[in-house]
Write a protein that binds this ligand. Sequence first.
Ligand SMILES: *Cc1c(COP(=O)(O)O)cnc(C)c1O
Length: 410
Amino acid sequence: MITREECEALDAGDELAAIRDEFTLDDREIYLDGNSLGPVSSSVKARVDEVIEDQWARGLVRSWGDAGWMAQPTRLGDRIAPLIGARAGEVVVADTLTFLIAKLVGAALELRPDRHVVLTDVANFHSDLYIIEAICARAGRPITLRAIDRDNLDDELNEDVALVELTQVDFRTGEALDLKGITKKVHDVGALMLWDFAHSTGAVPLDVEGADVDFAAGCTYKYLNAGPGGPGFMYVREVWQGVLKNPLPGWLGHARPFDFELEYEPAPGMQAFVTSSPSIIALAALDGALDVWNRASMDQVRAKSLAMTDLFIQLVEERLPNVFEIVTPREHDRRGSQVALGHPDGYGVIQALIERGVIGDFRAPDICRFGFTPLYLRFVDVYDAVERIVEVISTGAHLDQRFAERNPVT
Ligand SMILES: *Cc1c(COP(=O)(O)O)cnc(C)c1O
């Protein structure tokens, strides 16, 4: 049996331990939901304050130029690029993830005018499915969208396929898909590959360049900690820039927005994918949030993430044999940075845990989801969280009648 002292020793040897002090966290709580909404860091508060007080309050409209506001979408894209293995000039920050998927699907279909099939995962995040379906229906030619079992991808890939869109880490199960292997298979039939990195960015090391990825998009409010509703980012491989057209063009993607020309001419590079005014305060929060990432390498983050998820799985198996189904894959290369535990009363388990200060979340139909975020979690937090799960199960707290009906946000 693993002891709490062993976990304390792991914390004492943790190179990332000091970064926790950057974040505002309630020490009575254990926050295992950073995969849904990351906490606020002091550098976020400082940067937002600076942008409001100095740039907005004093500079007013001049700050669009003087404070570099116009350049923020591409400047922040360049700051995110190393986290996904992209080069400077290949990432832009704009909109939110669902909108960016719409732009990329719409644009990619234009690059394969002779093909009529789009493949995605039937277990994908619902927002991806809704928006891809809507864009396919408005493509200007008949497109068949197939939401498939991703394990059958090989059977579905053929020369009718224009585009494949997959989420790299499954939001429910935490399974990580093979970025390079799948992208290669898709390219082998001449199709294009779009990855959703919602649960990947800041969670697992990514190498879009090495994997030859065409397009990707992700959000910044999960593992990057940029705040609720923080902007999304999109990646377009350099070879597609200037070829791929923004299907939702607007003035801020124009080569000369202040010439007010009647004809649209895209700006060079990723700026062309900006449609409208960037949300400067939200971008300031992202800018501050990324400062924390200067202190950690993705390899360090990954090593600690795997150690934490291994520890959690082992403790659950030791302390709660046969209570939960461990849904998340055991193999390291197939695991993101969360652990999903299946339980028929999963909603009640999560609610009872939240009442005891352990914040996870529930995903229908029966998944208790726990996110492990190495920048601010300790190994003792993992230990203590399992203690409280043991308490909930052994007292039957999860079976309380109050949990028979679900809240709108789970
Ligand atoms: C969180 C998440 C989104 C969220 O999209 P928004 O448009 O930013 O609300 C999309 N896709 C996946 C897979 C997600 O996990």
